[in-house]
Ligand binder design. Structure first.
Ligand code: BGC
Length: 883
């Protein structure tokens, strides 16, 4: 919550909680909050896992809690005393003084912005707004409130809003997630966000969006709980980075815009999430009397990095935004009036509604006043209590009207009032092991999109001795746990490894971290497995996992190809040090790097897989490494081994994984993926951002863990460029079977070439409308100089006058901008020997910096440097312009 007046308002909201055990009974205090969050997490748990309500479930819960408490006490005893942050960089003044126990200490760190702005019906929302006002006008208060909170249903939807039959409102099913519809049958496993990021293909992102949306729609899902642009990827080992596209805001923003408009074009509302600065899993939830982590961000970093892709999603019309679990500047994400009322609803002119992440509501009145419009998965702290708050004047009824208007307007905006929209949850049975109606949501029109999507997110980073493509090898030897399918692809009642995409991972570890939030200390993290050793992976784990009707593993597809070619195959997917037939034409080693919601990754490499690769490479002079990596994976233990001839980052391709890989390995398709992140040589090269902040080791902030984003905008390549660190593979890098040449750079200013310092336009969805005025156009030609066709990702980077290399003395250190920032990319397909022209439009926003005093995007006078090429460090064309 905005830690100022709103906290006081929570105090004023006593009627909301009076009489409840553990409810608020006065001004916000840590212990009261702890009690509420405990209560919240209990209902969240039992909703996610109803079996916990059974006797057996209760016994299991008690045992697990005792184990966790036991482990926790042991862990605490082992921690060094007096260390504030347990290894993180967080925690201002952490060492001195007594532990802070009252949230009031933090009041004012996140400014209060109120009142909550009403929906205006701007732009394309005019009609939906008018219709929504009319419908809401006919509702009783009770009906209105029924739209603001999740309700039980007989469906398997992640969240459900009941119908109001008398007004022909059909209700709403909200379901996970951004990479495909999870936890049901007859749907597809689409490539995950990171894989789409690695494809750098806007058209593909759009097609994938349409394909996914069709499946959600057929199943009767009104709100697709995705796409993800938060986490952005600040914490290199973040457990959910794979759900989003890229750590670069421009790349993520471009791909989220395509995704949102495609999904919504098919009539399904997108819930772009998690708003905002939700950068790590560790301490994401309150546990006992310890609050969620606070992401402490300055205004400029917020705008230039974290808000940027959300801005693109809002501009693309996203009908819903999900507020996040953690705190922002010490105010909870779903009660933060600065981020919700201020940034989202005022500055970005957001027209849709804000839903809480599941169980992320920790205050009643404060969340209503801060701009949250719907709580999930149950009533949380609203329901009848919100009704009391309206009658005692703590929440004006106009606020309720606006919540409901936004919800109903989004429903109209996507045409969900039409009869053609399937009834909510129609294809989402609660338990797939019980008889249910078959609703086959797959659409064969999108088969090629599934395959192309899988192909294009593979990134080739090493290929020597013409190792690839393979040419009808006589003998292939295959190694590694990630080549084959896990033994289980089967639902198991309401919840099972399958439900959360962890069939290849250790399920106990997953449960401990995802369900019981046990991974909040450095020691718990160290004990986690970095890999999914029981088979290959198609997505990461947790609510963003995918379900599938069919999966093709690398092994499946290689067997098929070997049959066609008459290739002999040997394999050993078990031994850490297998025997190797020295007559093998090539040896393929398959490993993975797993990541899941609820848990930050323990490491960026693992000795087991690296040992296996080195062992095979010692015995096979053509060792090809394929890593399914749900995040950055370091390769320095083997990359320079003379017998490691090819290395592929295979990311998370979805169900077509094996088929896509074989198309690439045998050269029927060309590699065209590029890294959407920087691969360092060593962990230390990422500086303080390698792991999550813990802030739990004692000291003043032990009950309020802190994460200071003091690195500002210097994450990933911005950090490597600034510090002159040589990466192993730079952002934007990826090999092809052909080579491309660049020429004919043209940089041209629009109009008469003079532009005002600040935008002057009205606020439309996404912000001031002239932020998207095209100020400069860049053109270039790219020639395919090899003898095979290929696609090339042509990238444009811009250094602003205030950049580190801009030499502008007028700018102080705090206003310095990165040496270069991605500001355009296109992916033409170029036939061997041919040339393609590409054009990029640089907008006012692309060329501006966020001015914290003016509270606006400022266009500086001075020299702008433009680089064009195929990675952040290979920019053969360079030009400049001045403003
Ligand atoms: C996740 C969300 C998800 C929701 C519903 C939460 O735990 O953070 O991303 O959409 O659950 O399953």
């Amino acid at each position: 919550m905005a830690s100022t007046k709103e906290d006081e308002r929570v105090g004023a909201a006593t009627p909301l909680h009076s009489g409840e055990p553990g409810g608020f009974d006065g001004p916000a205090s840590t212990s009261a909050k702890g009690a509420i969050s405990g209560q919240q997490s209990h209902s969240w748990l039992t909703r996610k896992l109803p079996f916990l309500r059974t006797r057996r479930g209760k016994i299991i819960t008690v045992i697990v809690i005792l184990l966790i408490i036991g482990g926790g006490l042991a862990g605490l005893a082992a921690l060094p005393k007096g260390n504030n942050n347990g290894g993180g960089s967080s925690g201002p003044n952490g060492q001195a003084g007594e532990a802070i126990t009252d949230d009031a200490y933090f009041y004012g760190q996140s400014p209060d912005v109120s009142p909550s702005p009403n929906m205006t019906g701007s732009g394309t929302w005019k009609d939906s707004h008018t219709k929504a006002l009319a419908l809401v006008g006919k509702m009783t208060l009770e009906e209105k409130l029924s739209l603001t909170a999740g309700a039980p249903s007989r469906t398997g939807c992640s969240g459900f809003i009941p119908a109001i039959k008398r007004l022909n409102f059909t209700g709403m099913c909200l379901s996970d997630a951004g990479n495909g519809l999870r936890n049901t049958d007859f749907v597809s496993s689409w490539p995950s966000g990171l894989h789409v990021g690695a494809s750098w293909n806007k058209k593909l992102a759009r097609d994938r969006g349409s394909g996914m949306a069709g499946e959600f729609r057929t199943k009767g899902v009104n709100v697709l709980l995705g796409p993800v642009v938060g986490p952005a990827g600040r914490v290199v080992s973040g457990g959910r980075n794979w759900e989003g596209f890229s750590v670069d805001p421009y790349l993520a923003g471009s791909l989220v815009a395509e995704t949102v408009s495609a999904i919504q074009g098919a009539g399904v509302i997108t819930s772009t999430k998690h708003f905002i600065a939700n950068e790590q899993e560790t301490n994401r939830m309150p546990i006992n009397d310890v609050q969620s982590l606070s992401s402490n961000i300055d205004d400029r970093t917020m705008h230039e990095l974290y808000l940027w892709p959300f801005q693109d999603a809002v501009r693309a019309g996203t009908g819903n935004i999900m507020c996040s679990y953690q705190r922002i500047n010490n105010s909870y994400g779903c009660a933060n009036s600065k981020t919700l009322n201020g940034l989202l609803k005022t500055e970005l002119g957001f027209q849709g509604f804000v839903v809480s992440d599941w169980g992320a509501q920790h205050a009643g009145v404060a969340t209503a006043l801060a701009g949250m419009d719907m709580t999930m998965p149950g009533e949380g702290l609203w329901g009848s209590q919100l009704s009391t708050a309206v009658s005692n004047g703590s929440v004006p009824e106009t606020r309720i009207d606006d919540m409901v208007t936004r919800i109903i307007a989004s429903w109209y905006q996507m045409g969900q009032d039409q009869e053609a929209f399937p009834s909510p949850g129609v294809g989402m049975p609660q338990d797939l092991t019980k008889p249910h109606k078959i609703v086959d949501a797959r659409n064969s029109t999108f088969r090629q999109t599934l395959l192309d999507g899988a192909i294009e997110g593979h990134v080739l980073v090493k290929n020597v001795n013409k190792s690839l493509p393979l040419k009808k090898p006589k003998l292939l030897s295959l190694f590694g746990y990630s080549a084959k399918n896990p033994d289980l692809n089967n639902p198991g009642g309401f919840i099972s490894p399958w439900t959360f995409g962890v069939s290849s991972f250790n399920y106990t570890e997953f449960q401990d971290s995802f369900i019981f939030n046990s991974a909040s200390t450095p020691s718990s993290r160290e004990n986690q497995s970095p890999i999914a050793i029981n088979g290959t992976i198609y997505s990461g784990g947790g609510s963003g996992a995918t379900s599938q009707s069919l999966i093709i593993s690398p092994f499946d597809a290689i067997v098929q190809q070997a049959y066609e070619d008459g290739t002999a195959l040997f394999w050993d997917f078990v031994a850490p040090a297998p025997d190797v037939n020295p007559m093998s034409d090539a040896c393929l080693v398959f490993g993975n790097a797993f990541a899941t919601e609820g848990l930050d990754r323990p490491s960026l490499r693992d000795d087991y897989t690296d040992g296996l690769i080195k062992h095979v490479a010692e015995r096979c002079n053509n060792t090809i490494v394929v890593l399914h990596n749900a995040g950055i994976r370091l390769v320095d233990q083997f990359i320079e081994h003379v017998n490691v001839t090819a290395v592929i980052f295979a990311h998370l391709p979805g169900e077509m994984s094996g088929k896509a890989l074989v198309e690439l390995l045998y050269g029927r398709e060309n590699f065209s993926g590029k890294l959407p992140y920087t691969v360092a040589m060593n962990e230390n090269d990422y500086g303080d951002l390698l792991g999550p902040d813990f802030g739990r080791g004692g000291g003043r902030f032990e009950k309020f863990p802190q994460s200071n984003f003091s690195e500002g905008v210097w994450v990933d390549y911005r950090h490597f460029d600034e510090r002159g660190i040589e990466p192993r593979f730079e952002f934007g890098f990826g090999l092809s079977f052909t080579t491309f040449g660049y020429s004919s750079l043209v940089v041209e200013k629009s109009g008469n070439g003079t532009f005002g310092e600040f935008p002057t336009g009205n606020i439309v969805e996404g912000g001031q409308e002239d932020l998207w005025d095209v100020l400069v156009t860049v053109r270039a030609e790219v020639e395919n100089k090899g003898d095979v066709d290929g696609m090339e990702v042509v990238q444009v980077y811009v250094g602003l006058p205030s950049s580190s290399s801009g030499g502008s003395e007028a700018n102080s250190e705090s206003q310095k901008t990165p040496v270069q920032q991605l500001r355009g990319f296109e992916k033409p397909s170029v036939k061997a020997g041919e040339t393609a022209s590409v054009e990029f439009e640089l907008t006012r926003r692309d060329l501006s910096v966020w001015d914290i005093e003016a509270q606006a995007w400022r266009l500086d006078k001075g020299k702008y440097v433009v680089g064009v090429g195929n990675s952040s460090r290979k920019l053969p064309l360079s030009g400049e312009f001045t403003i």
